[in-house]
Design a protein around this ligand. Structure first.
Ligand code: AMP
Ligand code: TRP
Length: 340
């Protein structure tokens, strides 16, 4: 079974961008792959934060992931800082990562332009991400589109490390390839994208993101979701109720595609083009479709919240399994690098 790895920041509960772009896919993939899913708290501390708050957000994220359907008996779910090898391998990768590549990362440029003083952790963020993935020698990484550039860098780091330290002979590499394996010690990880690889925020202007305040939380109460849907951006051409619209440019239509059955999606498109429905009618139907998918998740979240010890135990078991695998990789890495 091939291995997959993915990470998510402990931003509290999941929003529907994380859910549709990544986590919903994880829930399916856990049955098909040997899966590692990680709450990346060391990534989260690259921006200012409150310690007590981080602790709470980490627990909330674990709860959301379990409620969304991750099953600790099927996948390895754990918190990054519980497995110190992540930072150990990140340091090693720092020594072979070109500074220019880090400075070219879009997320770095965006974050750096927002801060007055930029900590080195923001720059080195994708190096830690490469370490997360390669520590488990994972081949596939299910993420949203915003992570594609970081993954390209992970591949480059794997290539560079392999070229420098993996002393396999050409014959051994060819043999590995023939047997369906990777030619180098570290595989070059590939992104696994979902059909909804980029969910836009309620403002319709930028990707849905906690830091932009344009999110709907997965565990939000139905009434509160409705309060957010009502004023959400639609096709700007639909000024009056009778103005026809273009579904493809409307964010609400894209959410229908994610939540509503295909027949409803087709119907929505016709009603929009012919001004048969107003935008509010369309949003009501979306709200119903969302409820069908989200209500069971909300119910599961209540059950999990009622037994916090079970969740702690699940995360500890996940960390123990991840540690065993991480230590295996680090033994070989250090051996090949002359560190032991
Ligand atoms: P983050 O919350 O930034 O750690 O993201 C966790 C996962 O959700 C990553 O795989 C992201 O690519 C994905 N993701 C975050 N926001 C969105 C969005 N608006 N649309 C699609 N995927 C997203
Ligand atoms: N950078 C990712 C994000 O913001 C989170 C992440 C950290 C990650 N390590 C990872 C994703 C490893 C995939 C694989 O969404």
């Amino acid at each position: 079974m091939a291995r997959i790895f993915s990470g998510i920041q402990p931003s509290g509960s999941l929003h529907i961008g994380n859910y549709l772009g990544a986590v919903k896919n994880w829930v399916e993939l856990q049955h098909k792959y040997e899966s590692f899913f990680c709450i990346v708290d060391y990534h989260a501390i690259t921006v200012p934060y409150e310690p007590a708050d981080l602790r709470a957000r980490t627990a909330d994220m674990a709860l959301s992931l379990l409620a969304a359907g991750l099953d600790p008996s099927k996948c390895t779910l754990f918190v990054q800082s519980a497995v110190p090898e992540h930072t150990e391998l990140a340091w090693i990768f720092n020594t072979i990562t070109p500074l220019g590549e880090l400075e070219r990362q879009t997320q770095f440029k965006e974050k750096a332009s927002r801060e007055e003083s930029v900590p080195a952790g923001i720059l080195n963020y994708p190096v830690l991400q490469a370490a997360d993935i390669l520590l488990y020698r994972a081949e596939l990484v299910p993420v949203g589109e915003d992570q594609v550039q970081h993954l390209e860098l992970s591949r480059e780091i794997a290539r560079k490390w392999n070229a420098r330290f993996d002393a396999r002979t050409t014959t051994e590499k060819v043999q590995a390839k023939i047997e369906g394996g990777e030619p180098g010690f570290f595989p070059e990880p590939k992104a696994l994208l979902t059909p909804t690889r980029r969910v836009m925020g309620l403002d319709g202007q930028a990707k849905m993101s906690k830091s932009l305040g344009n999110t709907i939380d997965l565990l939000e109460a139905p009434a509160s979701i409705w309060e957010k849907l009502k004023p959400a951006m639609t096709d700007p051409a639909r000024v009056r109720r009778t103005d026809p619209g273009t579904p493809e440019v409307c964010n609400i239509y894209h959410l229908h595609k994610a939540f509503s059955p295909p027949a409803t999606v087709d119907h929505v498109a016709v009603q929009c083009r012919t001004a048969g429905w107003g935008c509010i009618d369309c949003k009501k139907v979306l709200h119903e479709s969302m409820e069908k998918e989200i209500a069971p998740i909300r119910a599961r979240a209540k059950e999990i919240a009622a037994n916090p010890q079970k969740m702690k135990d699940d995360l500890a078991a996940g960390a123990a399994h991840a540690s065993t695998e991480a230590q295996k990789t680090m033994r070989e890495v250090k051996q090949k690098m002359g560190l032991t």
